[in-house]
Design a protein around this ligand. Structure first.
Ligand code: HEM
Length: 320
């Protein structure tokens, strides 16, 4: 083999590994020696939180998505606003409905009590999201650790990155491609909406002034009974009306039956490719589950701060 070609291959492989795979600073069992109980303490905290409130699993998973999508998985979503950076990510419109910050505080307190200054908030979010999916009957995947925490957080960046429930199919696709995710991964990850809830404001436009004809009429009537114009802004509706706290593939079956809740859910049927992937995911839940776990693992590796970058926060809400 030509020497230059061989070097180019080596350089390419290293680059690929740096971009997509675990690096030397991000490895399975990163805490085995430094803080052996780290992963089990996070798991326990999540299990307790979900046992107390089953709706919390979805909120934990969403937190991970909103963390990784904005400046990478660096727990910047957990930081409070500060004079240093102004309004934080959590103040951005789409983040105002995030919940579960106290679960991350509890997990952090549990690990700090046994090994202070070792376990990052970013790793806690990635581990907790996996544990939350498992807690509601979903698949598991390995979470390489060693992420470090970001030192800044801005609402502007969150506003620019988090997709809106009002996005069209091409806006959704652009958003995912820009974040390094394929069309199939976008459809596959959207299946996370098989758990959790949305506020009426996220889909009111499908009910009033006229009902979106692509909605199943009986479902639309149920939604209208719950979401009244000028009604209580705190009211939420399950994303999957049948099994909102069970990780199954009914999200895709709902889509096909006109029971996708938000415009962005229904939009998945606006392209031939995504319609056929959604149908596949609906027909073969096991196949979707494997794709989901792989995509979640990849999401957890977005734009990481490793090595000397970032810090290990003592309190997930403030930088050190
Ligand atoms: C495809 C683009 C997406 C859009 C436009 C979107 C938008 C939304 C919106 C508007 C809500 C309701 C928030 C509320 O009103 O309280 C929501 C909930 C949720 N989203 Fe997404 N989302 C998307 C993708 C994802 C992905 C990729 C994941 C995870 C992998 C995810 C996980 C969740 C979960 C679990 C909930 C329920 C949260 C809870 O019950 O607290 N979403 N999403």
């Amino acid at each position: 083999m030509d020497v230059n070609y061989r070097w180019a291959l080596v350089a390419f492989s290293v680059l690929l590994m740096l971009q997509t795979g675990p690096t030397s600073a991000q490895i399975l069992g990163f805490y085995d020696m430094k803080c052996p109980r780290a992963e089990s303490l996070v798991s326990l905290t999540v299990q307790q939180a979900v046992a107390r409130d089953p709706t919390m699993a979805a909120s934990i998973v969403r937190m991970h998505f909103h963390d990784c999508w904005v400046e990478g998985c660096d727990a910047s979503v957990l930081l409070d606003s500060s004079p240093a950076w102004g309004p934080a990510e959590k103040e951005a419109g789409p983040n105002q409905s995030l919940r579960g910050f106290e679960v991350f505080d509890a997990a952090k307190a549990a690990v700090e009590a046994v090994c202070p200054g070792i376990v990052s908030c970013a790793d806690i979010i990635a581990l907790a999201a996996r544990d939350a999916i498992v807690a509601v009957g979903g698949p598991t995947w390995q979470v390489p650790t060693g992420r470090r925490d970001g030192t800044t957080s801005t609402a502007t960046s969150a506003g620019l990155n988090i997709p809106s429930s009002l996005f069209t199919y091409s806006q959704l696709l652009m958003n995912f491609l820009n974040h390094g995710f394929s069309e199939d991964e976008m459809i596959t990850l959207s299946g996370a909406h098989t758990i959790g809830r949305a506020h009426c404001s996220a889909f009111m436009g499908r009910l009033y002034p006229t009902v979106d004809p692509s909605l199943d009429p009986a479902y639309a009537a149920q939604l209208k009974a719950r979401c009244l114009p000028g009604g209580n802004p705190g009211i939420v509706v399950p994303l999957d009306p049948g099994t909102p706290d069970i990780f199954d593939n009914s999200y895709y079956l709902n889509l096909g039956a006109g029971r996708g809740l938000m415009p962005s859910d229904a939009a998945l049927l606006n392209s031939g490719f995504s319609t056929s992937i959604s149908q596949q995911n609906g027909q073969n839940g096991q196949f979707w589950t494997v794709k989901f776990a792989n995509a979640m693992q990849r999401m957890g590796m977005m734009n990481l701060k490793l090595g000397l970058l970032g810090e290990i926060r003592t309190n997930c809400r403030v930088r050190n």
